[in-house]
Design a protein. Sequence first.
Length: 142
Amino acid sequence: MKNTKKITTVKKKAWTEFSKYIRTRDTKPQWPEGRIGTCVTCKRPYEFKKLQAGHFIPGRMNSVLFNESIVFAQCYHCNVGLKSNPREYDKFMRTKYTEKEIQSFDKLPYIIKKYIYQDYIDIAQEYKKKTQALLDKENDLS
Ligand SMILES: [Zn+2]
């Protein structure tokens, strides 16, 4: 029982870092507001903290949850209220990926991916690094 609790904690931490990375990738610093990004489905601008990392493919199985190719910044209304706003999400994905790539994403929910405790720690560390790399790159450009 104690172990189950622990894996939930590291999984949550992995998600927090992954979500931060997605929202950093999909926003740009704008003075003085801070980071601003466009919701991928309603195209409205939002502050970093008002954006969520929204999935193109529903379900939170591991093959889908931490897949950065199918996760983009979305507002709360589109992600939660409109349950990811699938029709608009589909249109966006088709501007970014080929039909063949979309078809491969559709198969993701059927792939069983088992993560152990250490995998979540690794994911958290990997995405923390990737977020920092994005921020470092921005600082080099300015
Ligand atoms: Zn939206």
